[in-house]
Design a protein around this ligand. Structure first.
Ligand code: ADP
Ligand code: MG
Length: 767
């Protein structure tokens, strides 16, 4: 038995005979690969003829998948255009246009056995067909059909009588498909599909003639206008039969095996045209192994990309800060309160990252009012203690200004210099500010996206902090990084992102959660009010102000109609000031005001010189006035839930009981009311976010496209959360073993990853 020995010089000596067994000659290139049990040594073989062959095969398959859809049999220019509008330009796009439900057409059911609630296929003869008028004045077209077992009635409510009469002739025989419903004792089908039998033809022969639509579980595709289910189904059958086999799985075999996945091509075939033994409900609900395979595949590549990005960052060298407490200790002494446990824990996580010799890339998530600003300031002071500059970037001028006011107040006492850089800074003031930044006198720089513009140069940027991350894309984060040499990056968000979504959107960041509010806050009471109760609402405002508190009245500002909304807001402010609260002091705040004006208004509101602040949503994030105890939100139904939650977080910041009143239009839809009721029922940001996500879908929820995350083709992030977690684990494990996907067995993986992520993996050095 040959033995591998470790020489004194630290080299590993491998005897010749062992090398021979491995097929390695001295001088051959070898590969070292980390495995769970140690290191794997293997020969780095030149590609075999077989491998060359299979590469060729792969590239032919790829070319095939890129075939334009108009080359498919049955797709004319018009259909190609309609499909194009649905985002289907190639064969591959078509393969990933999945049915959203199925019809079980495996059997022809006797009419007597038709079950309400089930879409079924049955056959029969037309007995009667005519327009029926009810006593109530409604008109519909009714057909009665009979087979040997019984009768059933068909109904049309929007119809062209001449056309229907011509088609539905007494005595005509056909095969019908439709959803059976039951009204009292009567079973009926609305707007059924019909396939007519010619003279002498049998049901069996017609069904045999169209094996795509009968005798099987039939897919129902999401339709675009001007596209018939039957036409699309035929096209899809052609596409699937001819091209599904070109789709190759790129997942490592052991992953596919462990996860019980089907080959990708089989999964595609199965979701489009299920086998005769398939369970259509299972497919609809995404529970079939075919669904799992497609979803896993999609998530795996997403997560692998994120893993690469994350590794890419952690492998770089960065600043190793030391924690000297020069400023942080004194700050804690200055504060009139002590940090919450959650703040302390998150701060420790941040400090650990900052001390490590790699760039920090951390997301701090915490509900409104949990005290993120302070955590950010503490981190900033650590960087300042080390002689570095800090940039704090906020999404709006008013927020940047508020951060500036807050932070600058503490920093003045500590002797740390703070500079504000926003795009409204002009002339000499701007020049001076930029000089202070470039010269390094500005230790903490606070601003809007103006901070990442070309003209701004830092002397020595060590830490970048991005507040309210969801407003910024990955791109901006990247630009901020480039302002220094691998600075640490801290991202803060108040949007409570459901875990599954956070994993996709911020999957390349480490996560800290501040899950505790400072003590002494009383929960906010939320109520929906309709116009009819407006007087009472004004009464509540007056009562609160009489008690010495302050109030917000918020107007929505929708981009398309910004001007008219602005007018509505200003008019309302005037109305409130002149007619409703002539004895109270009103202020107005909106996005069109100059920053100085806005700041002046905010300042007077904070100084209690204004009782009621009428504002558009510029107030949305971060504004902090603990004495404000009422918020009235006009047209509440126009806001997203997460946005309402953010707005509401402006009250309930002190120890007094606070209220939020959601004014709703009288013609509130049922859905809209359901949404608003969520706000009444909870103040838990996570639950609200989940409800919001469910209602709006992930794309809208965070603007994922802007965040640089590819759209999902098959996955449903709410339904498939479990699969996401599994895919993430597998993907991160691959990245752990082979951080740059250099191993020959990961060739396919690497190509596929680059293809799916396009140019978005630069950071990871992979594409
Ligand atoms: P957000 O996380 O929404 O950005 P802020 O940082 O604006 O919250 O903090 C909200 C308020 O809570 C501020 O007035 C801040 O001074 C205060 N605060 C922060 N930390 C604490 C604490 N540990 N104890 C009491 N009040 C705190
Ligand atoms: Mg904040």
């Amino acid at each position: 038995m040959p033995v591998v020995t470790l020489a004194e010089n630290g080299q590993l000596a491998i005897p010749d005979d062992l090398l021979k067994d491995l097929g390695i000659k001295p001088g051959d290139p070898v590969l070292l690969e980390k495995t769970s049990g140690g290191i794997l040594l293997s020969r780095h073989a030149p590609p075999s003829p077989g491998a060359v062959q299979s590469r060729l095969h792969e590239s032919i398959n790829r070319k095939n998948l890129e075939t334009p859809i108009q080359f498919i049999k049955g797709v004319g220019p018009k259909l190609a255009e309609t499909l194009g509008k649905k985002g289907i330009a190639t064969v591959e796009d078509a393969l990933y246009l999945l049915p959203n439900r199925y019809e079980d057409r495996r059997q022809v059911v006797p009419i007597a056995r038709l079950c309400p609630g089930v879409t079924s296929v049955f056959s029969g003869e037309v007995i009667t067909a005519d327009v029926v008028s009810t006593k109530g004045g409604r008109r519909f077209f009714e057909v009665v059909v009979r087979d040997a077992s019984g009768t059933i009635s068909f109904k049309w409510f929007n119809f062209n009588p001449a056309f229907l009469k011509k088609t539905w002739k007494e005595g005509r025989r056909g095969i019908f498909t439709g959803l059976v419903s039951q009204f009292g004792l009567q079973r009926e089908v609305h707007h059924p599909d019909a396939e007519w039998l010619a003279e002498g033809e049998t049901v069996a022969s017609v069904m045999a003639r169209d094996p795509v639509s009968f005798g099987r579980v039939v897919p129902v595709y999401p339709l675009t206008e001007g596209l018939h289910q039957k036409t699309l189904r035929k096209v899809m059958k052609g596409v699937v039969d001819q091209y599904a086999s070109c789709v190759e799985s790129a997942l490592p075999l052991e992953v596919a095996g462990r996860q019980g996945l089907l080959p990708l091509s089989d999964a595609l075939r199965r979701v489009h045209f299920p086998d005769s033994d398939a369970d259509p409900r299972g497919l609809e609900e995404g529970k079939d192994p075919a669904n799992r395979t497609l979803v896993f595949d999609e998530f795996f590549f997403l997560e692998l990309g994120l893993a690469m990005k994350k590794r890419g960052v952690t492998l770089e060298s960065g600043i190793a800060f030391t924690v000297s407490h020069t400023y942080t200790k004194p700050l804690l002494k200055l504060l009139p309160f002590s940090l919450t446990g959650a703040q302390r824990r998150v701060l420790a996580e941040i400090k650990e990252d900052m001390m490590a010799p790699h760039p920090m890339h951390r997301l701090v998530q915490g509900d409104v009012g949990c005290g993120k600003t302070l955590v950010a300031l503490m981190a900033a002071l650590v960087a300042v203690e080390n002689g570095y500059q800090v940039a704090i970037m906020a999404p709006t001028e008013i927020l940047a200004e508020q951060h500036y006011l807050n932070i600058h107040r503490w920093c003045d006492e500590l002797g740390v210099s703070v500079t504000l850089v926003t795009s409204s800074l002009k002339g000499k003031a701007k020049k001076d500010a930029l000089e202070r930044v470039a010269g390094g006198e500005a230790q903490i720089v606070i601003g809007t996206h103006a901070v990442i513009q070309d003209k701004v140069e830092f002397h020595r940027l060590g830490l970048g902090i991005v507040d309210e991350q969801h407003r910024f894309g990955v791109l901006q984060r990247g630009l901020l990084r480039k302002k220094g040499e691998n600075p640490d990056i801290l991202v803060m968000t108040a949007t409570p992102i459901p875990r599954t979504l956070a994993m996709t959107v911020f999957g390349d960041l480490s996560l800290s959660v501040i899950d505790e509010l400072p003590p002494g806050r009383t929960p906010i009471e939320t109520r929906i009010c309709f116009e009819s109760r407006r007087k009472q609402v004004y009464g509540i405002i007056r009562d609160e102000v009489t008690k010495g508190h302050q109030a917000y009245v918020i107007y929505p500002l929708v981009e398309e109609s910004e001007k008219s909304d602005l007018k509505a807001a200003t008019q309302m402010a005037e109305h409130l000031a002149n007619d409703i609260f002539p004895e109270l002091r009103l202020g107005i705040l909106h996005g069109r005001m100059k920053p100085e004006e806005k700041e002046a208004v905010m300042r007077s509101f904070k100084a209690r010189e204004i009782d009621i602040l009428v504002a558009t949503t510029v107030i949305e994030v971060g504004i902090d006035v603990p004495n404000a105890t009422v918020m009235v939100i006009e047209h509440a139904e126009r806001f997203g839930l997460s946005q309402l939650h953010q707005l509401r977080g402006r009250v309930g910041r002190g120890s007094e009981k606070s209220r939020c009143i959601l004014m709703a239009g009288e013609r509130l839809s049922e859905d809209a009311e359901k949404r608003l009721r969520v706000m009444e029922s909870t103040t838990d940001g996570f639950r609200i976010a989940e409800a919001d996500l469910e209602i709006r879908g992930p794309g809208d929820f965070l603007g994922t496209r802007q965040a640089g995350i590819p759209d999902f083709r098959v996955a449903n992030i709410l339904r498939d959360g479990r699969i996401l977690e599994e895919a993430r684990q597998e993907a991160f494990a691959v990245a752990e073993v082979d951080p740059e996907l250099r191993l020959p067995r990961h060739d396919k993986l690497r190509t596929e990853l680059a293809r799916r992520w396009g140019g978005r993996l630069e950071l990871a050095g992979i594409a």
